[in-house]
Design a protein around this ligand. Sequence first.
Ligand SMILES: O=C(O)CCC(=O)C(=O)O
Length: 306
Amino acid sequence: MEIFFTDTFLSLNLENVKNQIADKGYFIIENAVTPGFLKAIEHDFDTAIGLNSTSFNPFYTKVQKNQYYALATSKKYFNYLTHSKIFDISKICLGETFALYNNRYYESYYGATTPWHTDNKDNETATDTLGIVFLMYIVDTFDGETTFVSGSHKWSDEKYYSDQDIHDSHSEEVIQLKRSAGTLLIYDTRLIHKASLIKAKDTIRKTIFFRVDAGVGKGQINIINSAFLKNCDERLRQYLNFGYDPTQTLPKHTFPLIVQKKYLKELLSATSAYLRLRLKKLPSEAIFYVRKQLSPWKKKMLKLFT
Ligand SMILES: O=C(O)CCC(=O)C(=O)O
């Protein structure tokens, strides 16, 4: 059998993992996997957009590359997410019935961050299901690290929190997780957390994120390379939602209004700069006319964003 978890990880005391997650909301283990595993993952996801290709393209945002079809892309990734030790931890934390809810490999670049949030409130109907997230640093992560509010799984009741909410009342509980490659963070989906801002221009943070929830048939659709499935026993079928119709689909990524406003403001200033350039090429009467037409629109937009 392929070896990629270290003895430190394989010999974890499950009761201890469970108790720490119940108490603080998270459990951290450094050197959970071998350097060979990390290299192989980097290699398997070292893809850009393929034109006329049969592989799965990653999805990009301004500051991130996301591979949601990672179970069809990398055998190492598949074996990691379906390892018996992952099942053991899921079982002790969530009970007999649990399944993969969502997963992805991602890279985050300069300027990437997330707001403080919890993961158990994807929409109004998904609230109280128990779930845990396994987040692994594939490279050293000393910039843009995951940050937790320790113990917040016991009291969190919102999807998003502002910096002020956390810094005013919970700054003592904030834990910044600057750690080396191979560190695995396991946390309760109710825990308030965020990815801190990436401050250096040359940082490329590489991460594997997956979430396991109690119950079955929820979350992201799993697209799997059939060649990776060697022994598909009942437990694996359930974990991968074989034959279960999804009762809900994940919502498209939405950002809180405050973040949307920030992006829209950037968009507005980029559009204005572009228009200014184009306008220069028009005769002066036309410039006057266009400016007159645009002025009320711009005022309205600025009012909206400030
Ligand atoms: O990348 C991180 O540190 C956190 C990711 C996260 O919070 C999420 O994807 O929900």
